[in-house]
Write a new protein. Sequence first.
Length: 351
Amino acid sequence: MKVNKLLLLGGVALLAASMVGACSSASGAASGKPLVGVDYPRSDTDFWNSYIKYVPQFAKSEGVQLKTTNSQNDISNLISNVQTFVSQGVKGVVVAPQDTAAVAPSLQTLAAKKIPVVSVDTRPDTGNVYMVVRADNKAYGTKACQFLGTKLGGKGKVIVFEGDLTSINGRDRTDAFNDCMKKNFPGVTVFGEATNWDGNTAASKFQTQLASDPDIKGVYMESSFALAGTLQVLKQHNLLVPPTDPKHVFVVSNDGIPEELKDIAAGQIDATVSQPADLYAKYALYYINAAIAGKTFNPGPTDHDSTIVRVRSGVLEDQLAAPLVTADGATVGGVATLKSDDSSLWGNNLH
């Protein structure tokens, strides 16, 4: 008799559990919120940690459910994570591939499953995606060049901490900076140093360069990954001085993280290009939701102060605004800037 009661109780429990599961599934379906997979590319920089923080916030406003993974700057992880998303039944995928060539097979996998893809920050070298959400990275390099070339009066030596050149971002920023210098400031000597987006590598190469060329007067770091190391090296060489000091080394960064904005206000670095972490999250989810709903877009101006361009057949790119930021907000070398305490900058609104 005891056994029968236990069996009965077990059956009731199983039935209750299955009913709860069914209700949960029904509730999810009734919500009408599509399931979206978002792969975070890495979590070892302030910029990407900010992006990771924004994604869940905008998932709510854009009306999507999230499944998230983190590929930790490893393409094999990204490939595995995409397979996981497929098995979980996602309706769309957002990626930010750091190796823009090696992501092609994953795009093919998703295309075969008719799962649309939005690429954030980087643009795959081959393969189709529904939309690329990115800023004009060539403009990053050009703005940095115009700022440094102008501040140096068209003469002197600058060092560039290049990002990973397997990434289109690293290539675009590097090529645009170099092309601008050759065209507009031929009297400036550029030392390009490959760093693979690694701060320790940048700091080590800066030490070596200063040992052989102590008269370096400008630094362009293609991301804030090199910020702490650069300031430390300048301090060690007694070069971390205000912009009014003749020994000052002009530093331009990329990202617009809160620390950069504080350092600009304090006179420790001079400028940064504010890469919109908040808008990357917002419009990545906006476009993947639109893709799932079957909407289409055409090249041209948007309603959010950006421009959609066709970069090749099958690939559109929404190029979001990324302003140059300085201490005083003045125009430098023909480039308009925002003041570092401007309330429109995401780095001043991160909570």
